[in-house]
Design a protein around this ligand. Structure first.
Ligand code: 4AD
Ligand code: MG
Length: 432
């Protein structure tokens, strides 16, 4: 009897006849023995075709199979340490499903733009498998972390009537008779409603920024997870962020080490991601920049290179808190002792990966919040519902957002976020 199995499960089937279905990864021939290497998405397996043991027509199907042709092969599997993947099949039958046309991605070097144009095919390569499996592990760990701590998942809408993170990076669209709608930049404001309803929640979904930035850290569409907790202050927020990062990185090291090895990631820095993480104020970050000879003016936002210089002083992620309120979002609570500062925190990843988390304690006073909405020239009517949260049992509360793609980029040690998501959206890329 034929049993269709996945390559990753072969260790449970040694000695049995099984069928593997997949795509031709490679083939080679040495006369009377031929080798077909099949990939099925879970691994690769070498099939051995011995001329003397096979009907001629089966043996000759080898000639028809081109790179990425789909087919299945059946035979007994045995352990073979010298074969790629550690197993080998003595092939008894080959069934061709579809012969592939000449495949554009060959083992030779291709430029990144060439590969990005063929992203739908590039996903089949082993490097992309490694990255996207780490991404999957990170997303799984994110959910596990919050689910295990009693957070309720709160899905926020993607069409929104107003800005959350400032108006300069909104994508807008017509929305029937209701005028303009905007693609969400962050689910946070809805998350705050959720926190007032459920105590602790997380929003997890795609977010959109019409970023003009063409950097290795910016996408126009990216995934963000945003916990929000009633009664948490800034310090509680930082405690949550550090436990969270430790959980994610710990899981990747535990469950995806082969993938990190395939990416040639040096894991020493990742092993350092353990609470407590260093916490410094914005003022202290500015001191670091000055000591390094950088002419940084107090009050400016930290740019990419500034973040790199600050984070290089530490062997693990560093939390920078108490930023100038003038450069932060309208909803952030001010330091009660210094109105110029916001109770904000950014987490900077080491090795120059920059900001991966942004968060804060929220303004919980109705009048102050209304004043900020006016200062930022935001349309008050669109925020009516948000202001209600300060009218009906307002409490101190805090939260943050972690960008999934920047986190994947850092953990995998990549030089650009474009490979961290199956189909990247950037200022100059909408295809495929
Ligand atoms: O710092 P940001 O803008 O914070 C917020 O949106 C808050 N509402 C979050 C909250 O408190 N609930 O974005 C949070 C994170 C950044 O630290 C970064 O990791 C990621 O989102 N991010 C981007 N990732 C890829 N491309 C972009 N253009 C990004 N912009 C932000
Ligand atoms: Mg930020």
């Amino acid at each position: 009897m034929r049993l269709r199995v996945y390559i990753e499960d072969l260790s449970k089937h040694t000695g049995e006849d099984v069928t593997i279905s997949g795509w031709l990864y490679n083939k080679r021939s040495s006369g009377k023995i031929r080798f077909l290497i099949i990939r099925d998405g879970t691994g690769v397996l070498q099939g051995v075709l011995v001329k003397a043991n096979l009907p001629e027509e089966v043996f000759n199907r080898f000639d028809e199979l081109t790179q990425e042709s789909s087919f299945s092969m059946t035979g007994a599997v045995r352990k073979e340490d010298r074969a790629p993947g550690g197993f080998e099949m003595e092939v008894k039958d080959v069934k061709i499903i579809s012969v592939a046309q000449e495949y554009p991605i060959t083992p030779k070097e291709h430029g990144v733009e060439f590969l990005m144009d063929r992203r739908h095919l590039w996903l089949r390569s082993s490097r992309q498998h490694a990255i996207l499996r780490v991404r999957h592990e990170i997303i799984r760990s994110i959910r596990e972390f919050f689910d295990n701590r009693g957070f309720t998942l709160m899905d926020a809408p993607i069409f929104t009537p107003a800005a959350c993170e400032g108006t300069s990076t909104l994508f807008e669209t017509e929305y029937f008779d209701l005028g303009k709608a905007y693609l969400t930049q962050s689910g946070q404001l809805y998350g705050e409603a959720g926190a007032m309803a459920f105590g602790k929640i997380y929003v997890f979904g795609p977010t959109f920024r019409a970023e003009k930035s063409k950097t290795r850290r910016h996408l126009t569409e990216f995934w963000m997870v945003e916990p929000e907790v009633a009664f948490n202050d800034l310090n509680d927020n930082m405690d949550l962020a550090e436990d969270f990062l430790q959980h994610i990185v710990g899981n990747v090291l535990k469950n995806r080490l082969p993938e990190l090895k395939a990416l040639e990631r040096n894991t020493a820095m990742l092993e350092n991601v353990k609470a407590p993480l260093p916490r410094i104020t914005y003022d202290e970050a500015v001191d670091i920049l000055h000591k390094k000879g950088i002419a940084f003016e107090w009050g400016n936002d930290l740019g990419g290179t500034d973040e790199t210089v600050v984070s290089e002083q530490f062997d693990r992620p560093v939390m920078v808190h108490h930023y100038p309120s003038a450069i932060k979002a309208f909803y952030m609570k001010r330091d009660p002792n210094n109105d110029k500062l916001a109770l904000a925190v950014d987490v900077l990843a080491p090795e120059g990966y920059g900001e991966i988390i942004g968060g804060s304690q929220r303004e919980d006073n109705l009048d102050l919040l209304l004043g900020r909405i006016h200062e930022h020239n935001l349309p008050e009517a669109a925020f009516d519902w948000y202001l209600d949260l300060r009218k009906y049992g307002s409490v101190p509360h805090s939260g943050f957002g972690l960008g999934v793609e920047r986190t994947v980029s850092w953990i995998c040690g990549l030089d650009h976020v474009r490979e961290t998501i199956p189909f990247a959206r950037m200022i100059y890329r909408l295809n495929p």
